[in-house]
Structures are given as structure tokens and as C-alpha cells.
Design a protein around this ligand. Structure first.
Ligand SMILES: [Zn+2]
Length: 313
């Protein structure tokens, strides 16, 4: 069978989710820094200037067993890229981001799903900030189109804290013709530890309701503060009580620790993987991980998921 016909046979992501839960990937930012990216520099630019470094990281996730890998385009909107003098490279950076993930899957001889990543535009909209809604809409629409032109299977609008920006992102993905739109919120556990909500005060029920109304296909959570595996499970349960859409979780590797004035996440794969079967039990359709996670975490997740699907404990 040729590669092209294999590609044609691949089920759409939403169809595949009807059959089994899928495994996502782990952190990208920390891996880019391990590969030499200086904090504050433009990691997305590497898609066109150092594609082999990005590929090296994403190959390790593919080898570890990821079914879905996010493109290295978190800051790939015009507004974000403009801060690094890369506003002219929006299309090239996003298309290359998709091509690199495809290459990563190809290198391990497996089909996988490329999830085009759209992160926050990194500012505030009027009247609180300097950006107009139209500017944000244009930036997200341009990025979503580039990701779809590149051939992404899905788009995730991630690390979102407010519904306005999330809604603009969902609209942009829709306009680009995206068949699978994921909205992902970053929650913070409250000081008393009793619940969690986003910085803008959005709770999981409100987020799920909003995403369903707005036309997203998968309701997700990622990153945040204090959002470890048990908290992610709770968020998934609250999503499932609110919506019948598919759900996705990318928790951090444990709870944040302050080391040398920097927040780090250092839960080991062995510790973190204990949360995988409970997450599956809660009905999670796509499981990945955020800050502090590595290909080793994803490999442990793969083993736990496969054992569970095979009927093991
Ligand atoms: Zn994170």
C-alpha cells in the first residue's frame, strides 16, 4: 500500500474517538529550551529555521506512542509573531508546523493526527487593552487558515481563560473549514483548594456550555495552576455532566514548585501515570500532558492505556 492511499484511509479524528481513547503529546516549550531555545525567543520560528530540532522533539513523542501531536505554533498568530519581527512569516511558520508533525509520524511508520495549535494572542482586547476584536479575529483566522492549508486534522484553541477570545478562536477555525475544533481552558485551583476556575472566573460548566453553543467539537483543559491528574479528572467529570461533546485533558506533571524563583513541575512518569486509568474511567477521549511532561511520561501513558484497553488492570 502506498503512503498516499494509507493517508486516504485514515479515519477523521472524531470518528476515531468513537472507537477508542487517543493519546496526545507532552510539553513542547521545555523541550525546545532543552534543544537550545533561549527563554523569550521565538520557538515557532524554528519551524522554518531549525525544523530538524522541532522534528527531533516531535519524533520522540511519536516514538513514545502519541496518536495526536500538537503543532509547534502556540505563538503562531500574527500578533504573537509580530513581537519577534516574524509577522511576515505567519503562513510559512504554521504550514511548516503541520508538515513537521506529519514527518514525525511518518518517521515511525504510523498514522497520527496533527492538531494545529493556536495559543492566546497574548494581550487584552479593548476596552482593557490595546487590541481590537477585529485584530484578534483577523490574526486567529489567518493562523487557522494556514494550519488548515497545511493539512491539519484538527485545531486546538488552548490555554484560554476568557470566553471572548475562545469564541473568536472557535469562529476562526470554523471559517477555515476545520472539521474538528477543540477549545481548551487553563484553570487555576482556588486558594482554599476547593475548586478551580480560569483567571477570568470561568468554571468548567460555563466553558462546556459555551463551547457547545459556539460549535466546538471537543471540550478540553490544559495547563493552569495546580491542575494535576486528579484535578483534571474532576474537570472532565464536570464537563461530562454538562455536555455530550468529546473531552480532552492535558494536565501538568504534578503541582507547581518554586525552585530558584522559577515555577517547575517535576512529577515523575511513574507518579503521573497513576492518574491515567482514572482519567479514562471518567470518559476522557484524548489524554495528553502539559508543563513538566516529557516523552517518558507519554510512553508510560501509552503502556497504561494499552493495558487498560486490552482488559488488564
Ligand atoms: Zn502547561
Amino acid at each position: 500500500m502506498t503512503l498516499a492511499s494509507k493517508e486516504l484511509m485514515k479515519k477523521p479524528l472524531l470518528e476515531a474517538l468513537k472507537e477508542r481513547p487517543l493519546l496526545g503529546d507532552g510539553a513542547m516549550g521545555t523541550q525546545l529550551m532543552l534543544a537550545g531555545l533561549v527563554q523569550g525567543n521565538c520557538g515557532e520560528e524554528w519551524n522554518i529555521h531549525h525544523p530538524e530540532r522541532v522534528l527531533g522533539i516531535q519524533k520522540r513523542y511519536a516514538e513514545a506512542g502519541s496518536d495526536c501531536i500538537l503543532t509547534n505554533t502556540f505563538g503562531g498568530s500574527r500578533i504573537m509573531l509580530n513581537r519577534h519581527g516574524n509577522a511576515d512569516n505567519v503562513a510559512a511558520i504554521n504550514k511548516a508546523g503541520v508538515a513537521i508533525v506529519r514527518e514525525a509520524f511518518k518517521s515511525v511508520g504510523r498514522e497520527g493526527y496533527v492538531i494545529g495549535d493556536i495559543g492566546p494572542f497574548g494581550g487584552l482586547m479593548e476596552p482593557y487593552g490595546e487590541f481590537t476584536e477585529d485584530q484578534v479575529r483577523e490574526a486567529f483566522t489567518e493562523q487557522a487558515k494556514a494550519l488548515m492549508d497545511g493539512g491539519a486534522d484538527a485545531i486546538i484553541i488552548e490555554t484560554q481563560t476568557g470566553l471572548e477570545e475562545l469564541g473568536i478562536g472557535i469562529d476562526a477555525a470554523k471559517e477555515a473549514g476545520c472539521p474538528c475544533i477543540i477549545g481548551s481552558m487553563a484553570y487555576d485551583v482556588t486558594l482554599d483548594g476547593s475548586t478551580f476556575r480560569t483567571m477570568m472566573g470561568i468554571d468548567p460548566e460555563r466553558a462546556a456550555e459555551f463551547m457547545e453553543e459556539r460549535g466546538a467539537h471537543i471540550v478540553a483543559l490544559n495547563c493552569g495552576t495546580g491542575m494535576d491528574m486528579p484535578h483534571a479528572k474532576e474537570a472532565i467529570e464536570r464537563y461530562k455532566q454538562t455536555t455530550s461533546l468529546n473531552v480532552m485533558a492535558q494536565p501538568n506533571a504534578g503541582l507547581p514548585k518554586l525552585v530558584n524563583m522559577q515555577v517547575i513541575y517535576d512529577e515523575t512518569p511513574e507518579e503521573m501515570v497513576k492518574g491515567v486509568v482514572p482519567l479514562m474511567g471518567a470518559g476522557t477521549n484524548i489524554m495528553g500532558a502539559c508543563c513538566g511532561s516529557t516523552p517518558d511520561h507519554i510512553r508510560a501513558f501509552r503502556k497504561a492505556i494499552d493495558e487498560k484497553l486490552a482488559g488488564g488492570v
